[in-house]
Design a protein around this ligand. Structure first.
Ligand SMILES: [Zn+2]
Length: 120
């Protein structure tokens, strides 16, 4: 499982990381997902960023790899937040009739992009 920097007690976030947190707070205020969205910084085996729903804790966990370039982080946040926003039972079930980046996700992505870009 991915090691998370955010789990340490004395984590010092970079300026760019704090900006991403600020964007996440803004997103959650303007476009709340059905559960709180927690952001952690850590590496994943196959992806630069991931979104998962922890049904026990009733929270979404977003993970961004801090070794990726900071210029990518906002795009990664938008992409993963759109997963949180468009999450369905089909997402839990990995139901391939509803692909990860299908129409539901696409609409959510457009909404998230609007908020982040300040159009709405
Ligand atoms: Zn995705």
């Amino acid at each position: 499982m991915a090691m998370s920097l955010a789990e340490g007690c004395h984590v010092i976030l970079s300026k760019h990381q704090r900006e991403i947190r600020r964007e996440l707070r803004k997103l959650y205020r303007k476009l709340p997902a059905i559960f709180p969205v927690k952001l952690r910084w850590g590496k994943h085996q196959t992806a630069h960023a991931t979104c998962n729903l922890d049904r026990k804790k009733k929270q979404f966990n977003l993970l961004i790899d801090p070794t990726t370039h900071p210029a990518q982080w906002l795009d990664l946040l938008i992409h993963e937040y759109a997963h949180a926003l468009s999450w369905t039972h089909a997402s839990d079930a990995k139901d391939t009739r509803w692909p990860d980046h299908g129409p539901l996700w696409g609409v959510a992505y457009a909404r998230v992009y609007q908020v982040v870009s300040g159009d709405k």
